[in-house]
Design a protein around this ligand. Structure first.
Ligand SMILES: O=C[C@H](O)COP(=O)(O)O
Length: 251
């Protein structure tokens, strides 16, 4: 027979995990930013954000105003807007205009893709200019710059982190999640050592477990971008099965 103390211990552990899930949710951007995501998935993502209180909710730009409208009465959950997703090849002026349009739609955070051709060709002034154009048009809301770290050499990652920090971005973000190469702890270690506290870090693309998030947090990463299904399974993992039996389960 299970003792009263064993049952109490289990209950305490479940409560700890649930508190940890709540804490982590405030560092998670949930997203449906793949080309084939459906309106139904976007709807489920909004419900998941309401339930778990994820800090920010991202779609492709065509659906940003829809998300902002749905989250109008949830001031602690921001609508995220993506700029030049996923390739990064728009002009500086286009990126600035996208930022302004997303702001008008009600976005509270913006993730822009760096011009990877310019960057890999050594045209660093171009990258600095486009980041500054987005920051200027974002009117003070957080701007994150996606560098596709899993596709870069270590030297390139370090240079990209420097450019983002010097241009004044709030975060440097590893990846759009659109490529086969996924974000690894190694990328976060390189980015953290180069950032040296000058810019915050966001990990995204292929993050599938709470353990990965904790390991990246330990290296100094403070924001995590997760697709809908990964975000839900991590919340369930952290809640230790409580949700698996719950009637108000999101999916
Ligand atoms: O930042 C958003 C990414 O889509 C997240 O990547 P994922 O779909 O591999 O979780």
């Amino acid at each position: 027979m299970r003792s009263k103390f064993t049952a109490m211990g289990e209950a305490n552990r479940m409560e700890d995990r649930s508190i940890e899930a709540q804490r982590l949710a405030r560092h998670i951007d949930i997203s449906c930013v793949q080309a084939f995501h459906t309106r139904d998935e976007i709807g489920r993502m909004i419900e998941a954000a309401r339930k778990y209180r994820f800090v920010c909710v991202f779609t492709l730009p065509a659906f940003s105003s829809y998300v902002a409208e749905k989250l109008r009465d949830e001031p602690d959950i921001r609508t995220g807007g993506v700029i030049s997703f996923p390739g990064g090849g728009d002009t500086v002026a286009q990126k600035g205009r996208q930022a302004r349009e997303l702001l008008e739609m009600g976005c509270g955070e913006m993730d822009m893709v760096m011009n990877l051709t310019a960057f890999r060709s050594g045209e660093y002034a171009w990258v600095t200019e486009e980041i500054r154009a987005v920051i200027e048009n974002a009117s003070g809301i957080p701007v994150k710059v996606i560098i596709e770290a899993p596709r870069l050499t270590e030297q390139e990652i370090r240079r990209a982190v420097d450019l983002c920090a010097e241009a004044g971005a709030d975060y440097v973000k590893t990846s759009t999640g659109w490529y086969v190469e996924k974000t690894k702890l190694e990328h976060i270690k390189i980015m953290a050592s180069q950032a040296g506290g000058r810019i915050k870090l966001k990990a995204a693309g292929g993050i599938r477990t709470a353990g990965t998030i904790f390991a990246m947090e330990k290296e100094g990463c403070s924001r995590f971008g997760l697709g809908l299904d990964s975000a839900l399974s991590i919340m369930e993992e952290l809640n230790g099965g409580i949700l698996a039996n719950s009637t108000d389960k999101v999916r």
